[in-house]
Design a binder for this molecule. Structure first.
Ligand code: UD1
Ligand code: CA
Length: 451
C-alpha cells in the first residue's frame, strides 16, 4: 500500500519516496517481498501515483494498481485483487513501514499455514493511534478495533496491529467484497476482514513481536530520522559481528551495500554509498565519503577522502595509500602500492604499481606506468573545449612540479619533465625535457622609484 498522502511530511515528494539508508521507503518493502520470492509484487499507488510509478519504473516484475480516490486500506487492497491468483497467499505490507525483517514476515506466513488469516502484532506500552487486537477469554483473536472506534476498555489493550497481514487470497477476495464504511472515519477498513473470518468460523493467527522498529511507520521527518538511526544501528551491528572494527557504530552511515573482508577498521563519520567493498585489513580514516568503489586488501584511506565511482567505479589497489583530502572520480584505477596525496584529483585514469602523485595535482584521462612520480601542481590538460584527449605517461617518468601536459601527448619511459614545463609534443624516453622560458638575470636592475 503506497497510496496514502503523507501530509505530515510537509513535502512535495510522496511519502513513500523519502529515503532510509539511501533507498526509498517503498523500495525497502519491495525488496523484502522479493526476498520472500513473491509470485507477484503489486504497488498500490494513489497520491503522487505518477511520481511513485516513475521512481519505481526500473523494478523488474513490479506492477501497479491505482487507487483513486483513497477510501481506506480495505479499498486500497481491493484495487490489487484483479492482479492476484486465488490459489496464493497475499501478504499486505505498508509502503511507509520499511524495517520489517524478512525473518519476521516468514514467521507470519508460517503462522498462517497457507490456510488462515495471520496478523503481525506488537506488544507495546504506547498503543495510541493503532488498531487494537481484541481477544476473547480463551485468548483467540476476535477483531481489530481502530482507535477512533474503540471503547475505553479496548483502548487499554496493549497489543496492536502492525498493518501487516498474510491471508489466503481467495478468502481475502470474499471478505473484501463484504466491507462497508460504517465507522468513525467512514473508510473501508482492511482490518474488518478479521471480523468476517470469525463470522465464517475461522481462527485468526497472530504473530506477536516485541521490536517496535520492525513495524514503525514514517509519518513525519522526526520518525524518518529515528528509523534512519535504527536502520544504521542494525547495519553497524551486523558489520561489527562480522568482525569489522568501527570506532563508533553511532557515527557510520551505510546507504548502499558495504562488503568487508577480515580486519577492516573504520574511523568515525564515514559515509558509504552504492556498492563498496573493503578488502582484508583496509583502514578508512575519519570523515571519508566512499561510493561505488573497490578498495583492495591492505589499502589505507586517510581522513577526509572523497571517492565516488558513480557508474564506472573506482579501484584502489592492494596496499595503496590515499589521502588525506584526495578526490577519486569515476574510472580511477589505482594499482598496488600507489600513493595519492592531499588535494589530488584523479579521474578516468589508470596508475600502475608504485606510482605516486602526492600533492596538489590533476590526473584526468591518463594512463600512468609503473613507478612514476607526478609532481606537485602538475595537471593533464585533457579537454580542448570540445573533446577529451588521453595522456600517456610511461614507466619510471618523473614529472616536475607545476607541469602542464597538453593531451594528446605521450611522455616516454624513464623521461624527466623539468618543473614548470608546458608539454605539447611527445617526449623521447630517457631524456630531460624542459619547455619553459629560459631563466635570465639582468645585472644592476633598478626598480622604478616613487617621486
Ligand atoms: C492502519 C490500520 C491500523 C494499524 C496501523 C498500523 C486500518 C484500517 N488500520 O491504520 O489498525 O494499527 O495501520 O500502522 O487498516 N493507504 C492507502 N490507501 C488508503 C489509505 C491508506 O494506500 O486509502 C496506505 C497508506 O499509504 C499507508 C497504509 O495504507 O501505507 C496505512 O494507512 P494509514 O492511513 O496510515 O492507516 P492507519 O490509520 O495508520
Ligand atoms: Ca499509519
Amino acid at each position: 500500500m503506497a497510496a496514502g498522502k503523507g501530509t505530515r511530511m510537509k513535502s512535495s515528494m510522496p511519502k513513500v519516496l523519502h529515503r532510509i539508508g539511501g533507498r526509498a521507503l517503498v523500495q525497502h518493502v519491495i525488496d523484502s517481498a522479493r526476498q520472500l520470492s513473491a509470485r507477484h509484487i503489486i504497488a498500490i499507488t494513489g497520491h503522487g501515483a505518477a511520481q511513485v510509478e516513475t521512481a519505481l519504473a526500473d523494478q523488474a516484475g513490479l506492477r501497479f494498481a491505482r487507487q483513486m480516490p483513497q477510501l481506506g486500506t480495505g479499498h486500497a487492497v481491493q484495487q490489487a485483487m484483479p492482479l492476484l491468483d486465488d490459489d496464493g497467499m497475499t501478504l499486505v505490507l505498508s509502503g511507509d513501514v520499511p524495517l520489517t525483517q524478512v525473518d519476521t514476515l516468514q514467521a507470519l506466513l508460517q503462522a498462517s499455514q497457507g490456510t488462515q488469516l495471520a496478523l503481525l502484532t506488537l506488544q507495546t506500552t504506547q498503543p495510541t493511534g493503532y488498531g487494537r487486537i481484541v481477544r476473547n477469554a480463551a485468548g483467540e483473536v476476535q477483531a481489530i478495533v481502530e482507535e477512533k472506534d474503540a471503547t475505553p476498555d479496548q483502548r487499554a489493550i496493549t497489543e496492536i496491529y502492525s498493518g501487516i497481514m498474510a491471508v489466503p487470497t481467495r478468502w481475502l477476495r470474499a471478505w473484501l467484497a463484504r466491507l462497508d464504511n460504517h465507522n468513525a472515519q467512514q473508510e473501508y477498513y482492511l482490518t474488518d476482514v478479521v471480523k468476517f473470518a470469525r463470522a465464517d468460523g475461522q481462527t485468526v493467527a497472530a504473530h506477536l513481536i516485541a521490536d517496535a522498529a520492525e513495524v514503525a511507520g514514517v509519518n513525519n521527518p522526526v520518525q524518518l530520522a529515528e528509523l534512519e538511526r535504527a536502520h544504521q544501528a542494525r547495519q553497524a551491528q551486523a558489520l561489527m559481528l562480522s568482525g569489522v572494527r568501527l570506532a563508533d557504530p553511532a557515527r557510520l552511515d551505510v546507504r548502499g551495500q558495504l562488503t568487508c573482508g577480515p580486519d577492516v577498521e573504520i574511523d568515525v563519520n564515514c559515509v558509504f554509498d552504492g556498492v563498496v567493498s573493503l578488502g582484508e585489513g583496509v583502514r578508512v580514516g575519519a570523515n571519508c565519503v566512499i561510493a561505488n568503489a573497490q578498495i583492495e586488501a591492505g589499502a589505507v584511506i586517510h581522513p577526509f577522502t572523497h571517492i565516488d565511482g558513480e557508474k564506472a567505479g573506482v579501484t584502489v589497489g592492494r596496499h595503496a595509500r590515499v589521502g588525506p583530502f584526495t578526490r577519486l572520480r569515476p574510472g580511477a584505477v589505482l594499482g598496488e602500492d600507489v600513493h595519492i596525496g592531499n588535494f589530488v584529483e584523479v579521474k578516468n585514469t589508470t596508475m600502475a604499481q608504485g606510482s605516486k602523485a602526492n600533492h596538489l595535482a590533476y590526473l584526468g584521462d591518463a594512463s600512468v606506468g609503473e613507478r612514476v612520480n607526478y609532481g606537485a601542481g602538475s595537471i593533464t590538460a585533457n579537454y580542448d573545449g570540445v573533446n577529451k584527449h588521453r595522456t600517456v605517461i610511461e614507466a619510471d617518468v618523473h614529472v616536475g612540479s607545476n607541469s602542464v601536459l597538453v593531451a594528446p601527448v605521450t611522455i616516454g619511459a624513464g623521461g624527466t619533465i623539468g618543473g614548470g614545463s608546458t608539454i605539447t609534443k611527445d617526449t623521447p624516453p630517457g631524456a630531460l625535457t624542459v619547455a619553459r622560458g629560459k631563466q635570465t638575470s639582468i645585472a644592476n636592475w633598478k626598480r622604478p622609484q616613487k617621486k
